[in-house]
Design a protein around this ligand. Structure first.
Ligand SMILES: Cc1cc2nc3c(=O)[nH]c(=O)nc-3n(C[C@H](O)[C@H](O)[C@H](O)COP(=O)(O)O)c2cc1C
Length: 160
């Protein structure tokens, strides 16, 4: 199958997640086009499936990601799956700090990408990949890329 991995990234963390997903999918025999939304936001991108990701900023996706989603044709994507992913802050271990931070991480770019696509009648994968960063600008948590690859492998099996 032909697939798209489209992402936005400010500090490079979501870029790394997108690259890991693309590499895994190619390893599984998929033909993958990677689209960096910081460089171009294509109109009406089409493929058999798309992974779409953004950093979580103020619990939202970036404006570029939303613009890309708005430009997708519902007629095509109602029959081809969109898979959402994001990067999100890892919650602290301390229960009190954890409770305070949770409102910034429970919702986020990934869940919003999924909801936005679904509301517009596009077909979405139920699961959202949330790759964790350990600071406001990263880096990624040590297991984030392995989890991203594993997610991509699992999802592509489901899509067959
Ligand atoms: C202005 C700003 C707002 C942010 N807001 C959130 C947030 O609401 N929730 C969260 O989990 N992380 C938040 N973060 C951390 C980002 O998730 C982190 O910068 C991002 O995952 C890095 O991805 P990137 O390197 O691809 O830009 C914020 C970071 C910045 C700079």
């Amino acid at each position: 199958m032909k697939g798209i991995v489209a992402f936005d990234s400010v500090y490079g963390n979501t870029l790394k997640v997108a690259e890991a997903i693309a590499e895994e999918l190619r390893g599984q025999g998929q033909e993958i086009e990677v689209i960096d939304l910081g460089k171009r936001i294509p109109r009406g991108a089409e493929a058999d499936f798309a992974f779409i990701g953004s950093p979580t900023r103020m619990t939202k996706m970036t404006g570029r990601t939303k613009r890309f989603l708005r430009r997708l044709r519902k007629e095509h994507w109602s029959g081809h799956t969109i898979v959402a992913f994001d990067t999100v802050l890892k919650l602290p271990e301390d229960p009190e700090k954890r409770a305070r931070s949770a409102k910034w991480t429970e919702d986020g770019a990934g869940p919003k990408i999924r909801a936005f696509a679904e509301e517009r009648g596009m077909k979405v994968h139920p699961e959202v990949l949330r790759a964790e960063v350990v600071g406001m600008k990263g880096p990624l948590a040590p297991d984030a890329l392995d989890k991203s690859r594993e997610f991509a492998r699992r999802v592509i099996r489901d899509l067959h």
